[in-house]
Design a protein around this ligand. Structure first.
Ligand code: GAL
Ligand code: MG
Length: 992
């Protein structure tokens, strides 16, 4: 048969496929855990890669596919062919990797022909044989024994074929031609590395001639939750006799019924929720087949614009998750998926959005089993339409949604996700897709969803614009979903009568690089408003391709632009809470503590009463909480203890009383650490940290130490002031306004002159403000000293200096008026008064930078640690004494950037054990110590390219701006910007 091209025909989506059904794997009656009716075809297949679809039909082929296995390569199924060395990777976010000309795709369209053999015996052939593909990107043509058997697209959905009539006894062949792009690719413009191939399981299912085709387990729960009905709607091929048995989670048979419409009634049902994911099991039996289906029962409702789950106003503490791995690409095993889910549980996350496509069908079974609320999203993402003219157009945005050629595909994609996953307890919302605008196609598909499954909420982001005059009908959506909305907008939403639905942020706090810095700010709003259901961090993991190691054994992770591709979006895919290898970012630790299950507030300092609030939705603290408390004075523990009999109902507060008195002097804090009371069966052990509160009771005004007076001499020439005492000799530059050498006890502590410091290696979240910073010249300031006078005065030397910072061709952005006092023992006391040009953007930071000998590698500090901490990102850290090396302090972002700063410090000493440099200040300051300069980190695109500085770089800052989440979210909050017009930085610098 001559080849019929279907992949540029939006009317032809599937040929030869079976009707959609829910996911289940039937078993033989005698089977144990594993089904003998399912035969995985995973493994090594023969493979031929074609650079172009045109090469599939060379001269003389007459439109026939060549199934000759000779000279074929081999490939593992499932996998992505880019990871097996074919084609190349490409990372693009919004822009399509081909011209926008739907439904057409380039003729030079890469393809892969897959082929393998399998065996059937005579008995197999008396039954029905189905062939299933759980994921093929982007579409495929199928042949069984060289006879055309069908076609299918929708990369992340299952395609099932009844191939019974095409099979022979003995050896059979299956051949699959996978095409990289098809008309469906216009609806699969997900922000990810673009890969191709058979990337999920392929298997045969053997079934009796008469069998259950599909079923939908529907549950209803009475208002008072005391009663539940389970009703199963079934559909059959032939007329099998069915019995259905209901078991509880312990395996006890509760009820058994016969007939085509099984029904069960339960008194006092054990309901499912993410904290207690209790599942019943229904076993369906026909003459020769058994199907086991887990059933979780819940009641999902919206009342007065508020979400109620089992009558409780739950909150979603969610993440967006892609199937992504630096080695296996889109091919994710159960072990990999479990690793993600377990890490999420360990970090207090209770919800997942499967952005922006259905995950493997068993993924939702894991979510139901482990307890996650899921936004189950259809395989639709079309934002590339918005940039078809080059700019960003709101009307263009909706062009796919409004284009009738995609009506059928949009319905198909949404139906496929709902029908496949409908029996999963974890599904809280059906999502119609992402960022494709809105149009009649979505209105029709949405109406279908509401009709088919009214028990779930519905979700879609991208509805707020009426494109090309179409008046959006949003009646099928039960929720209002937004992304990256500013906190101020959320406040408005809550009072604006035009909004009547509960709000969810399907994406917020963009976790790219050093960030997010605004998690706590949003969490305050989530806790404040009942109508705010919560949010989903963008996103769970950094996407990268593993490239082996450098000769000095550093891991190479590649991202956009590293494959020579066009277009690409650089490191915009490196925006997860975990590194590609799943090492948590500090952002995950921050998020974990922001969404901790318990929060504390000091009620009464005298009586030691503390209020605890339980933020779990269903679990009493009695069941999960061990509380360790510690009273800290000046960073030292003065009393501590453990309580694990605290009873606070979910969403309630209770008061505990510390048995020891809270001191009244010094820096006083109460540290409350929450940990798991019991071994959790799967995710963590007893004692696993769940989060903490540190209640700062008081911070004492820091007293200045008296200066030592004695013999100190100042000598001046035109360029420098040299200050000499008994044990030291410092040189102060009259052109730079800083010390250029500091010799103490015959050792120069500075390997290079000190510098004024306003720049930081831009974080990913600085990428927009960076352009303003560079324009202002913050990255290349020159110093102009206007006046510098030194005098010996009363046993000390006083240097007064006025200077400014300005870059070439630009006027000064900062004027400084400084006084440095050097005492007889060499202590330097500085007072710096700054005045900024307010027409310039806020400063990244302001402080001084010292270059110390490499041996000065340990920082001992009193401030926020042990994790990197910023004014808006310090909830994973607490105030205390820490000692860490430069390596410990370094956060190794794949794209190097500002990292490892410590906020809220009163004191830091950098030491090599013998010598030491100490900075103290009456006001809190930030510091960091690094092997790398900010210039090096600004310049290098990958961490493995970084070259260490010959010195250790020590920066101490009067202030460091926050990190925010502006790579996608709103501009850094005003309060977190270093935007003061005038400021004073006072510090003492001591060299020993
Ligand atoms: C959103 C989009 C996500 C991702 C994110 C940026 O607009 O929905 O898929 O691209 O931006 O990382
Ligand atoms: Mg087609």
């Amino acid at each position: 048969m001559e080849f019929q091209k279907m992949h540029e025909n939006p009317d032809v989506l599937h040929v030869g496929t079976c009707q959609n059904r829910s996911y289940f794997l039937p078993k033989a009656p005698e089977d144990g855990e594993e089904s003998t009716r399912v035969c995985l075809l995973n493994g090594t297949w023969s493979f031929r890669y074609f650079d172009s679809f045109l090469d599939v039909f060379p001269e003389g082929s007459e439109g026939e596919i060549c199934f000759d296995e000779e000279d074929m390569d081999e490939i593992e199924v499932p996998s992505c062919w880019q990871n097996a060395g074919y084609d190349r990777h490409q990372y693009t976010n919004v822009r399509y990797p081909f011209p926008y000309d739907p439904p057409y795709v380039p003729d030079e369209n890469p393809c892969g022909l897959y082929l393998r053999r399998f065996y059937m015996n005579a008995e197999d052939l008396t039954q029905k044989i189905y062939l299933n593909f759980e994921g093929v990107d982007s579409c495929f043509y199928l042949w069984i024994n060289e006879q055309f058997a069908g076609y299918s697209q929708v990369s992340h959905s299952t395609s099932e074929f009844d191939i019974t009539d095409l099979l022979n006894e003995g050896e059979n062949s299956v051949a699959v031609l996978v095409v990289k792009w098809c008309d469906g690719s216009y609806l699969e413009d997900q922000d990810k590395l673009r890969m191709s191939g058979i990337f999920r399981d392929v298997y045969l299912i053997r079934r009796p001639l008469a069998h259950i085709r599909d079923y939908f387990v529907k549950t209803t729960v009475s208002d008072d939750l005391s009663h539940a009905d389970i009703r199963v709607e079934m559909d059959f091929i032939g007329l099998p006799d069915v019995t259905a048995e209901l078991y509880d989670a312990e395996g006890a048979l509760l009820e058994s019924t016969a007939g085509a419409e099984p029904n069960f009634a339960l008194e006092n049902p054990h309901l499912w929720n993410a904290e207690d994911p209790y599942q019943y099991t229904i076993v369906f039996r026909t003459a020769d087949e058994v199907i086991e289906q887990k059933v979780g029962i819940s009641k999902i409702e919206i009342r007065d614009s508020v979400l109620y789950f089992n009558n409780v106003k739950i909150k979603l503490r969610g993440v967006n998750r892609h199937d992504s791995d630096p080695v296996t690409g889109y091919t994710i095993s159960r072990e990999q998926a479990k690793r993600d889910l377990f890490l999420m549980k360990q970090h207090n996350i209770n919800a997942v959005r499967t952005s922006h496509y259905p995950n493997a069908p068993w993924f939702l079974q894991l979510c139901s089993e482990y307890g996650f609320y899921v936004i189950a999203e259809a395989d639709i993402e079309g934002h590339g339409a918005a940039v078809q003219t080059g700019g960003y157009g709101m009307d263009e945005y909706a062009d796919n949604a409004l284009n009738p050629i995609f009506d059928k595909a949009i319905m198909d994609r949404i139906q496929r996700s709902v029908i496949r996953d409908k029996n999963n307890a974890c599904v809280l919302m059906w999502s119609y897709g992402n960022e494709t605008g809105w149009g009649p196609s979505f209105e029709k598909a949405g109406a279908w969803v509401r009709e088919y499954d009214p028990s779930r909420l519905t979700h879609y982001e991208n509805t707020y614009y009426d494109a090309r005059g179409h008046k959006n009908d949003l009646s099928s959506l039960t929720t209002e979903s937004r992304m990256y909305s500013a906190p101020e907008w959320i406040d408005e939403y809550m009072v604006d009568p035009k909004y009547t639905k509960p709000l969810v942020l399907c994406e917020y706090i963009h976790a790219m690089g050093n960030g997010p810095g605004d998690a706590e700010q949003y969490q305050q709003l989530i806790m404040k408003y009942d109508r705010f259901m919560g949010g989903f961090v963008w996103e769970w993991c950094d996407h990268a391709v593993y490239g082996g190691t450098t000769p000095d054994n550093r891991d190479i992770f590649r991202y956009g632009g590293d494959f020579g591709e066009y277009p690409h979006d650089g490191n915009f895919c490196m925006d997860g809470l975990v590194y590609p290898d799943r090492t948590p970012h500090t952002g995950l630790l921050e998020y974990k503590n922001v969404i901790r299950p318990v929060r504390a507030a000091l009620v009464n300092r005298e009586t030691g009463e503390i209020q605890l609030t339980n933020y779990r939705d269903f679990t009493n603290t009695e069941e999960f909480l061990t509380l360790s408390w510690e009273i800290q004075q000046d960073g030292d523990t003065v009393a501590c203890g453990v309580m694990d009999d605290i009873k606070i109902a979910p969403h309630e507060s209770g008061v505990i009383t510390l048995p020891d008195a809270i001191p009244t002097e010094g820096d006083v804090a109460v540290l409350l650490q929450y940990s798991a009371k019991k071994n959790d069966s799967v995710f963590f052990e007893k004692g696993h940290p769940l989060g903490f509160d540190q209640l700062i009771v008081s911070r004492e005004a820091r007293k200045e130490e008296a200066l030592r007076k004695g013999v100190v001499v100042a000598e001046e020439d035109s360029r420098a002031v040299t200050v000499t005492g008994d044990s030291f000799r410092y040189v102060f530059s009259k052109t730079e306004g800083v010390f250029t050498s500091m010799v103490k006890n015959n050792m120069n502590i500075m390997t290079r002159p000190m510098t004024w410091n306003v720049w930081r290696a831009p974080t990913d979240n600085d990428q927009f403000v960076r352009k303003e910073w560079e324009q202002a010249g913050y990255n290349e300031p020159a110093i102009k000293v206007y006046a510098c006078n030194a005098k010996e005065e009363d046993g000390v030397v006083v240097i007064d200096c006025k200077l400014s910072l300005a870059a070439v061709y630009r006027r000064p952005f900062l004027h400084l008026d400084c006084r440095f006092t050097v005492d007889a023992e060499g202590k330097v006391r500085a007072e710096i008064n700054g005045k900024r040009d307010m027409e310039r953007p806020f400063l990244p930071r302001f402080g001084l930078r010292m270059f110390l000998p490499k041996s000065f590698d340990t920082a001992e500090y009193y401030g926020y640690g042990p994790y990197e901490s910023y004014c808006d990102k310090h909830h994973a850290s607490s105030l205390g004494h820490f000692a860490q090396t430069a390596d410990d302090l370094f956060e190794d972002y794949v794209k190097p950037q500002e990292n490892g700063s410590h906020f809220g410090c009163a004191r830091v000493t950098i030491t090599d054990g013998a010598g030491a440099v100490t900075v103290t200040s009456p006001e809190d300051f930030s510091f960091n110590l690094s092997h790398y300069t900010q210039e090096e980190m600004t310049e290098k695109m990958h961490n493995y390219e970084l070259t260490e500085s010959p010195d250790n770089v020590f920066c101490f800052d009067c202030k460091m701006s926050g990190v925010g989440s502006n790579s996608c979210g709103p501009r850094l909050a005003k309060a977190m910007q270093f935007d003061d017009e005038t400021f004073t930085f006072k510090f003492d610098l001591t060299v020993e």
